[in-house]
Ligand binder design. Structure first.
Ligand SMILES: Nc1nc2c(ncn2[C@@H]2O[C@H](COP(=O)(O)OP(=O)(O)OP(=O)(O)O)[C@@H](O)[C@H]2O)c(=O)[nH]1
Ligand SMILES: [Mg+2]
Length: 405
């Protein structure tokens, strides 16, 4: 199952533009509020330095792609309908939202950092909107959905605790598992809100809201994307966002710049590796005036001030820093670094920090895990036991009675 990232935020913040720039899909974008009506998923990539150079071999990637020494590993991103204040009361949106939230491992919360959206979600002059308030409003919407769901399940939770061996944390996790809440999240939220010992039927409104607020935070790790960084006022608002939301990572982005570059790259007009801090025009004679102007604008406004569009950086930060994933390269032959078909370094897996050889075996195939004996480290040739904790960039061969993977 690939890692999933959901894109949330106020209407017109640029979510779909970012989504298109990551996936090269063409979902509808417009300057009208509420353009996106239903969630749409696509494939984006995270990028890491491939190990093939270190081993001095040429690779034949299968589950990923290698370009200029960079490994591109697929992840799933989902674009969501926009929100404004009060949206949680609407019926349809709420359910769609929770369904996607349930499936997301992390969220991008997109904010129009240039402040060019008014409170109703309409585009106005840059600098007149309030990105700090926009962020807070959407977060509140999200929490209110949690509150609504939680409140409607209080009697069920209470019953589970009374009539079975469920602890309060077990019961809450059971009831909210549909939105991706795990027991460890509930334990954290109960303890941080000082509610571990209090009968759930006696929680007051403020306690419920506080609990849900913490639960939202711990169960859905989130990065703020300060978008539209190419526009005026964005730099000031980016600083303000950083100062106001100190506990969160804020990444400056320009979805529109990334989209222009990725599409020009796809057409062969420029050479651009996402995440790199430059691009090169390959066919200047084939560019029309508008394309030339767009590229010059990007060079001046995006690469000049922020060094990159931020889009690839945000994806990488989400997966490697927020979700703490490591890259692991399983091979069948630890000397030749090949799979059974002789392909060199075919696959790379994203495994959470703390995962073991056994976890990796299980991720690749359940049979492999059943007959697991040990793994061989391709760098040292040493045997690694089933409980060996994987490290980033490990290249290893799993040895199992079931088969050699
Ligand atoms: N200058 C600038 N404009 C952008 C950027 N990203 C998006 N826009 C513009 O902002 C407007 C809204 O973009 P969308 O991608 O449709 O926004 P959305 O958040 O998906 O909107 P909804 O689907 O309505 O919630 C469009 O006019 C985009 O062209 C950016 O990085 N810079
Ligand atoms: Mg949209």
């Amino acid at each position: 199952m690939p890692i999933r990232i959901g894109i949330i935020g106020k209407t017109n913040a640029g979510k779909t533009t970012l989504f298109n720039s990551m996936t090269l899909l063409s979902a509808e974008v417009s300057n009208y509020p509420f353009t996106t009506k239903s969630p749409q998923s696509g494939v984006a990539n995270v990028v890491t330095l491939c190990v093939h150079k270190e081993f001095n071999v040429k690779d034949n990637p299968v589950n990923s792609r290698c370009e200029d020494g960079w490994r591109f590993i697929p992840v799933e991103v989902t674009d969501l309908p926009g929100l404004i204040k009060g949206a949680w009361m609407g019926k349809g949106l709420g359910n769609q939202f929770l369904a996607v939230a349930a499936q997301s491992d992390a969220l991008f919360h997109v904010v129009d950092a240039s402040g060019s959206i008014d409170k109703d979600g309409k585009i106005t002059e840059a600098g007149t909107g309030d990105p700090i308030a926009d962020f807070a409003d959407v977060e509140l919407e999200l929490v209110l959905w949690y509150v609504k769901l939680f409140t409607s399940n209080i009697s069920k939770i209470s019953k589970l605790v009374k009539t079975s061996k469920y602890s309060l944390a077990d019961a809450v996790a059971e009831v909210l598992q549909g939105i991706g809440v795990k027991k460890e999240h509930v334990i954290r939220a109960l303890s941080d809100s000082l509610l571990t010992e209090k009968n759930v039927e006696n929680w007051n409104e403020k306690e419920i809201q506080n609990f849900c607020w913490i639960l939202r935070e711990v169960s859905k790790p989130t990065i703020i994307l300060a978008n539209k960084m190419d526009l005026p006022y964005a730099a000031e608002n980016f600083q303000k966002l950083r100062e106001t939301y100190k506990g969160l990572i804020v990444v400056p982005t320009s979805g529109e710049a990334e989209l222009t570059l990725r599409r020009a790259e796809a057409k062969g007009l420029i050479k651009y590796v996402p995440g790199e801090e430059r691009f090169e025009i390959l066919k200047p004679q084939e560019l029309n005036e508008a394309q030339k102007a767009a590229l010059a604008y990007i060079k001046r406004k995006v690469f000049g001030e922020y060094l990159r569009t931020g889009v690839q950086f945000a994806l990488n930060i989400a997966v490697f820093k927020l979700l703490k994933m490591n890259t692991i390269y399983p091979v069948a032959d630890p000397e030749k670094l090949t799979d059974k078909q002789g392909r060199v370094l075919p696959d790379v897996y994203l495994m959470p920090t703390g995962s073991t050889v056994e976890d990796l075996a299980r991720t690749i195939h359940s049979d492999l895990a059943k007959g697991l004996l040990y793994a061989v480290d391709a760098r040292t040739g040493l045997r690694l036991p089933a409980n060996y904790v994987l490290r980033d960039r490990d290249v290893l061969s799993i040895v199992s009675t079931a088969r050699r993977g």
